[in-house]
Ligand binder design. Structure first.
Ligand SMILES: Cc1cc2nc3c(=O)[nH]c(=O)nc-3n(C[C@H](O)[C@H](O)[C@H](O)COP(=O)(O)O)c2cc1C
Length: 198
């Protein structure tokens, strides 16, 4: 990937992600996703980054889950990467858009078959009587799809968070850390850079 083709905050994000891939014990692309409900109360959970370029940060999920419902009602969201091995964090804020059907289909098709079946079998975030109920759903969809391709469920797709704000944080001795922010200009044409106190 030619990082020089990206604007600075995307270039730095991609560079730090690459470095994390060599240094993290697991899940270097894991990020916390913050959403808010209709009353403005926030909630957080981890998701995996499945695409990052100048258009934004892509993750996939069940659209009937808590996060799915919240994002469809209020597109404002925030992401947080923290890599312990690098002692770095990135905060990203913006609004999400739903990815295209073609993009979601292509990613869904690349997933292991058991994960594809799981996307049909899991009523993510809703009450479950017990593990047996989930296993019965898995067995049902395994039988239903037999040996044919598993289609993407209508309730399963991706969101692309389009950033308007980044903050890059690097650890320094004695908690005298480095923080650098990028705010998208009102016309969306460029990034305003600012260092802020740790
Ligand atoms: C490292 C990690 C990665 C995860 N990645 C995803 C993901 O990409 N998509 C997803 O729907 N859930 C993912 N999960 C599970 C979510 O954190 C969460 O439990 C689930 O999506 C339900 O969240 P909700 O009830 O807020 O919608 C991941 C969990 C962990 C710990």
């Amino acid at each position: 990937m030619d990082l020089a083709a990206f604007s600075k905050p995307f270039e730095t994000s991609l560079k730090w992600l690459e470095e994390a891939k060599s240094s993290e014990v697991n899940d270097p692309t894991a990020m916390a996703l913050a959403t808010v409900n209709r009353r403005g109360a926030p909630s957080l959970r981890m998701v995996l980054l499945k695409g990052c370029d100048e258009q934004g940060f892509v993750f996939y999920t069940n659209f009937e889950s808590r996060k799915g419902e919240e994002l469809q009602a209020n597109a404002n969201a925030a992401l947080l990467f923290h890599w312990k091995s690098l002692r770095r964090q990135i905060r990203v804020e913006g609004a999400v858009e739903v990815v295209s059907n073609d993009e979601a289909d292509a990613y869904f098709a690349s997933r292991p078959r058991a994960s594809q079946i799981g996307a049909w079998a899991s009523a993510q975030s809703r009450p479950m009587a017990g593990r047996f109920e989930f296993e019965a759903e898995i067995a049902k969809y395994t039988a239903k799809f037999g040996v044919s391709d598993v289609p993407r469920p209508p309730h399963w797709s991706g969101f692309r968070l389009k950033p308007n704000y980044f903050e890059f944080w690097r650890d320094r001795k004695f908690r005298l850390h480095e923080r650098k922010t990028y705010q998208l200009s009102d016309n969306g044409a460029g990034w305003h850079t600012q260092e802020i106190y740790p």
